[in-house]
Design a protein around this ligand. Structure first.
Ligand code: SF4
Ligand code: SF4
Length: 86
C-alpha cells in the first residue's frame, strides 16, 4: 500500500511530476491519488519519498500501511522488469 494521499491534500499538484519513474500519482476528482500497486515509497529509485519531500501539507501523504523494504523492492522489480534498482 505504500504511501497514500489523505483529505488534507489541497490539490496543489506538486507531487505528481515527482513520481516520474513509477507514475503512481494522478489527479482524482477531489484530491490527488496514489496507485498503491505502483508506489514503492521510492525504493529502487531514490533515497527518500519524493512526493512527501515536496508536499507542503503535513499529513497529506502518509504510509498506509508500512511495507518492508524487501516487499517494496519486489514491487519495483515487477514494475521495471529487466532493470536494476538504484
Ligand atoms: S513515494 Fe515515490 S513511488 Fe510512491 S507515490 Fe511518492 S514519488 Fe511515487
Ligand atoms: S503535493 Fe501534497 S497537497 Fe499537493 S497535490 Fe500532492 S498530496 Fe496534495
Amino acid at each position: 500500500m505504500a504511501y497514500k494521499i489523505t483529505e488534507e491534500c489541497i490539490s496543489c499538484g506538486a507531487c505528481e511530476s515527482e513520481c516520474d519513474v513509477n507514475s503512481a500519482i494522478t489527479e482524482g476528482e477531489t484530491i490527488f491519488e496514489i496507485e498503491a500497486d505502483k508506489c514503492t515509497e521510492c525504493v529502487g529509485n531514490y533515497d527518500s519519498p519524493k512526493c512527501v519531500d515536496v508536499c507542503p501539507i503535513d499529513e497529506a501523504i502518509v504510509q498506509d500501511p508500512k511495507e518492508s523494504k524487501e516487499q517494496l523492492l519486489e514491487k519495483w522489480k515487477k514494475l521495471h522488469p529487466g532493470e536494476t534498482p538504484k
